[in-house]
Design a protein around this ligand. Structure first.
Ligand SMILES: Nc1ccn([C@@H]2O[C@H](COP(=O)(O)OP(=O)(O)OP(=O)(O)O)[C@@H](O)[C@H]2O)c(=O)n1
Ligand SMILES: C[C@](O)(CO)[C@H](O)COP(=O)(O)O
Length: 239
């Protein structure tokens, strides 16, 4: 069981898992694809269960979900579920509103099963060092092109100081809830929790993480995740 010395902070995890995985072109939501004997969702939830600083885990489900209750994690005493909404931010807010007694919340995509313990500890350490929180991210290493029609290059974007936002994203519960509500009420569509904090004028911390922490989005992502979990399985299972 992993643990780090955090300032008596009660931390909940919110795992948004209410998507349908349309970009995978499958007839099953990608979070329920099985890799190395467990669903992608189980890999992600079990990883947070293995960390004693995470008090409880809120899994946010699609209202039409018929899979979650068939999984052993659904009856784990530290795992709870709520229904999500049309967009990821609606689902995350549903998860936040289900939490009554926590100081901080760590939000992690269900479909990022390759999070490693060093990165989790690094982002959790923000609880001791920041009043605002922050995100795992990787510096952009590819040359970035902008296209007006997605078939021809219009221009090259300077990649200097550009970062790929990942999850987990870790913030004070009340502050994130306030900022998410504000940005949702504004009608602006955002794709991560940090954007809500930025909308409200905060500057979340960037914590450099591993590029292996990919979000399963397209069919070709499965082979990487399978190789990664196969290679890391014994390390992760020894937690
Ligand atoms: N309304 C939504 C949409 C997404 N998610 C979750 O947010 C994470 C990242 O979203 P994404 O990769 O976009 O998943 P999907 O929306 O399922 O994928 P797609 O856009 O291809 O349909 C996933 O764990 C997904 O289940 C969610 O909880 N609620
Ligand atoms: C939250 C996220 O994973 C950070 O990169 C990303 O924004 C999710 O985007 P998606 O379109 O909901 O997959």
């Amino acid at each position: 069981m992993n643990t780090i010395n955090l300032l008596h902070s009660r931390i909940f995890a919110v795992i948004p898992a209410a998507g349908i995985g349309s970009r995978m072109l499958l007839n099953i939501p990608k979070q329920y694809l099985k890799i190395q004997g467990h669903t992608i969702l189980e890999h992600s939830v079990n990883f947070f269960l293995s960390h004693s600083n995470i008090s409880k885990i809120i899994v946010v489900l699609n209202k039409k979900d018929v899979f979650f209750n068939t999984l052993p994690i659904s009856s784990h005493p530290r795992v709870f579920s709520v229904f999500g909404g049309r967009l990821r931010i609606h689902s995350v807010l549903s998860g936040l509103l289900a939490i009554s007694n926590a100081d901080w919340v760590i939000v992690h995509d269900a479909v990022r099963p390759c999070l490693n313990i060093n990165d989790l500890n690094k982002i959790l350490s923000l609880v001791n060092t920041s009043a605002i929180g922050g995100i795992l991210a990787t510096p952009v290493s590819n040359t970035l092109k902008y296209s007006t029609n997605n078939s021809e290059i219009f221009s090259t974007i300077n990649r200097n100081r550009l970062w790929n936002a990942l999850t987990p994203q870790c913030f004070p519960l009340k502050l994130l809830t306030f900022c998410l509500k504000k940005v949702i009420d504004s009608g602006i569509n955002i794709t991560d929790e940090s954007s809500a904090m930025e909308y409200c004028g905060y500057f979340p911390k960037l914590v450099q993480g591993c590029s292996s922490n990919i979000k399963v989005t397209y069919p070709e992502d499965i082979s990487f995740v399978n190789c990664y979990l196969k290679s890391k399985f014994h390390e992760r299972s020894s937690i």
